[in-house]
Design a protein around this ligand. Structure first.
Ligand code: NAD
Length: 339
């Protein structure tokens, strides 16, 4: 089996590459990644010598390059993680999100049509469903919840999902889609909530929380997400969407307080900053379908996962210090007004 993993130098994609090489040591894994600001080759250092692993630097929007790769490699499965993934950046500059997330997805699927494929899997997000009100804890996103996006990021992901389903219906492309809640774990880029708070707390820097911090997210340890995708590409039904989530809802402020406690830092570091435009209130996934059909259940409890994640950032300072010493500094200054 030969699998192209796009976006494999990013957070979830790299964890998926590690998972697949470990769980399916006879599979060939080709990581296709443009290496944007969010992609990092050093993340893949532990597998570059593995004869079953290959890295190709390529933009998923580069039709010629993508076709050439498919012609040479004849992959059986494509798992598309490649995306512009940060909501705040999409608010500042939506265009690249439309390019990569929509045009890139179409380009990959056109290659799949041209060269044939056993499965195209689209890694999507619960953000395509929009948000839920805080005062209705009984409501959850199911696969039948209407698409109702809030940000340019989620709109571009929803556009891609609709295209994926259209390619299945129109051309018979064998597709599946997973819509997952917020992930956390090793190799998470420092701009995202959990690594940002860990790294700032370690430096005794202010911990910037949007508004009152009451927004609720459903957190899933990244390895559990990778296991879900592994199951879907092998056993999931073609043409289907699977929600992936851990029933682990936490407000942003709760998350920040947990990190302060784990690191022994004072909550006085927390500073409330102007809320994100169009900020979604609550995401909550109903994962009944993937549980009933494929037997998937999250295995990592949040209390354990957050400890493991914090320990990983303590043990891998070089990885994130290299990132935050580069261009990221300018982005951070623009967002939060201090270094
Ligand atoms: P990330 O930003 O950490 O990684 C994205 C990767 O894609 C990077 O390696 C980047 O270099 C690569 N990339 C970007 N544009 C590319 C292009 N045009 N061609 C090739 N490669 C390109 O993102 P992530 O958090 O790992 O998310 C991966 C996927 O999972 C995304 O599709 C995202 O929408 C989805 N998702 C993420 C979460 C989450 O909590 N992080 C939750 C649900 C779904």
């Amino acid at each position: 089996m030969k699998i192209i993993v796009t976006g494999g130098a990013g957070f979830i994609g790299s964890n998926f590459v590690f998972h697949m090489l470990k769980e399916h040591p006879d599979y060939d894994i080709i990581c296709l990644d443009k290496l944007t600001y969010a992609g990092n080759l050093s993340t893949l250092a532990s597998v570059t010598d593995n004869p079953h692993f290959k890295f190709v630097k390529l933009d998923i929007c580069d039709r010629e390059g993508v076709y050439k790769l498919f012609e040479e490699e004849h992959p059986d499965i494509v798992v598309n993680f490649a995306a512009e993934s940060h909501v705040d950046r999409s608010i500042e500059n939506p265009e690249i999100f439309l390019q990569t997330n929509i045009i890139g997805t179409a380009t990959l699927m056109d290659a799949c049509r041209k060269y044939g494929i056993k499965r195209y899997h689209q890694v999507s997000t619960d953000e395509v469903y929009g948000d839920l009100p805080l005062d209705r804890p009984d409501l959850f996103f199911t696969e039948n919840t209407p698409i109702h996006t809030s940000s340019p990021y989620s709109s571009s992901k929803a556009g891609a999902d609709l295209l994926v389903l259209a390619y299945h219906r129109t051309y018979g492309l064998p597709v599946t889609i997973s819509r997952c809640s917020n992930n956390y774990g090793p190799y998470h880029f420092p701009e995202k909530l959990i690594p940002l708070m860990i790294i700032n707390a370690l430096h005794d820097k202010p911990l910037p929380v949007y508004g009152e911090g009451k927004n609720v997210r459903d957190w899933l340890y990244v390895e559990d997400h990778c296991k879900a995708i592994d199951l879907i590409i092998h056993k999931g039904k073609v043409g289907e969407v699977y929600n992936v989530g851990g029933h682990n809802e936490k407000t942003n402020i709760e998350i920040v307080k947990i990190i302060c406690k784990e690191l022994g830092k004072p909550e006085s570091l927390i500073t409330h900053v102007e809320d994100r435009k169009g900020h979604d209130m609550r995401y909550a996934i109903d994962p009944t379908k993937i549980h009933n059909e494929l037997g998937w259940l999250p295995e990592t409890k949040f209390e354990d996962g957050i400890k493991k994640t914090i320990q990983w950032y303590l043990d891998n300072k070089e990885w994130w210090e290299n990132i935050i010493s580069g261009d990221y500094q300018n982005y951070y200054q623009e967002m939060y007004g201090h270094r």
